[in-house]
Design a protein around this ligand. Sequence first.
Ligand SMILES: Nc1nc2c(ncn2[C@@H]2O[C@H](COP(=O)(O)OP(=O)(O)O)[C@@H](O)[C@H]2O)c(=O)[nH]1
Ligand SMILES: [Mg+2]
Length: 575
Amino acid sequence: MSPRPARAGSLLEQIDALTRSADALAGVAPAAAVEEARHVLERTDRRRALSAEHTVVGFFGATGSGKSSLVNAVVGEEVTRAAVRRPTTSQPVAAVLGDAGSEELLDWLGVSDRRHLAADGPLAVTLAALEQQSRTGRRARRRADDATAAPESTSGLIMLDLPDLDSVEAANRAIAERMTGMVDVLVWVTDPQKYADAVLHQEFVRRFAGHDAVTVLVLNQIDRIRPVERDDVIASLTALSRRDGLASAPVLAVSAHTGEGIDDLRGYLGEIARSREAIAARQRADVAGAAATLRESADPTGMSDRIRSTDVDTLVADLGVAARVEPVAKAVGASYRFRAAGRVGWPPLRWVRRFRPDPLARWNIGQERDGEDLARTSLPEPDAAVRARASGGVRTFADAASAGGSDPWRSAVRRAARMRQEELPDALDRAVAGADLRARRRAWWWPVMDVLQWLAMLTWVVGLGWLALNAALNAAAIPPPPMPMIEDLWIPIPLPVALIVLGLAAGLLLTVAGSAIAAAAGAWMRRRARRLLLERVRSVGQELVVDPVQTTLTAAADAARDLALAEGKRAKSGV
Ligand SMILES: Nc1nc2c(ncn2[C@@H]2O[C@H](COP(=O)(O)OP(=O)(O)O)[C@@H](O)[C@H]2O)c(=O)[nH]1
Ligand SMILES: [Mg+2]
């Protein structure tokens, strides 16, 4: 984030944040929620492209509450028909103050019935007075800059007399409902008989609780109740609106017939039009509402955006089983001992080895070669248990990484973890096949032992030959040369016998020592192979499982921040 972020909660910042959130939650949240957010963004965008001078005020209410009468009363002329008999207004009627720029806005609103108000009507006069007042106020505040102040454009106002929210005609209701989403200011009109009507409160007022700042409650036909009852009714409607979630929307008691309270209503709407803050306030509420809906459908908070290394270790262990790391490492140790035996074993018995294959060669592992990526092992296909261990490991990892998250995000993390699961068996096999396990390399001490073994053998072979020659000469009745004796021992021993004993003993000793060294070195080779293989398995797991999960966790953290921004809250740092 930049060191000086945009003004906290600026509308543009909120809009951008919601745009990013909608993108991040696409495919995570239910499509309808994302769709709604996109719809709000599109509408906001369209409204922003249209007249910012005009504030659009919609009069909503049940049949006969007096919407049409009120519009007429506020503008001071009969622009729309109030009627005792039903059906009445079926199309919206617009009373327009300030013509410039209003046409496109009305086109977008879909209102074709437009009545342009005279510049000397009561609404125009009220608005002009409010603007004059605010200009003087501002001028007093910045005396010096006065001369350079740019002339200000006058504010406009569009009042919409709308079809009844409870109209028997579905098409009329639809128009009114659609308009609740498009106007800048919502005026809920009711009367002393119907102000507590559950439909109005539950289906409309409450749904727009977030639009508190651009909502007005009008209690019309106040002339129909006795003055002593008025305060109670007003208090009751105020209490209802607070229960609906409106914290500050005013409740104005008026009478379209007697004109009581109409000046206040006109002044209130005039001030909203003058300040021109309603458009942005409405959009702020829309964006915040859409963000809240997104959050409800897929809350991105609760998960850590960092993966614990112990979870990765567990995954690597599971993948290691699937990659058959342990049997391969074991075979590396065995292969080492096998090949060592060929060089350091007792020479007369080395041939026995030929009946056993090298434990590694049959799996096509550890052959040092170029293009290792293409190399495959010929390990047998992993069985069901091994495959289950791999996919179970991936699932366990996803669940651990997404702990604390909401269900949609947890499934998103699981999907990310599994996204490349099909590539896993191949990649793991290549990782094993391509590992440099030094399986062909010979140890320096093998030839040393080899020479010693042959020397030992030579010793007893010479002794044996000597004795045989002696025996042959005896048999041929040729006197053999005198037999040299070793006299120092407790009985004198002929030299060839001593050679045989020495040679055999040395051979035995060398064999025992050789296989002990080979066993120790083989164990070391096995551990080294396991470590090397697990490292390679780790990088496969990192690429195919951990990285996609990390991407999703990061997206969730970003979305959490963006949703908070879009809702008009500052994200907690470190979320
Ligand atoms: N007594 C009284 N009657 C009203 C008032 N406002 C409207 N009416 C009457 O209520 C009926 C319905 O009014 P209308 O403006 O057509 O209501 P809409 O259906 O909401 O547009 C008409 O007969 C009006 O004359 C009011 O303030 N006091
Ligand atoms: Mg009407």
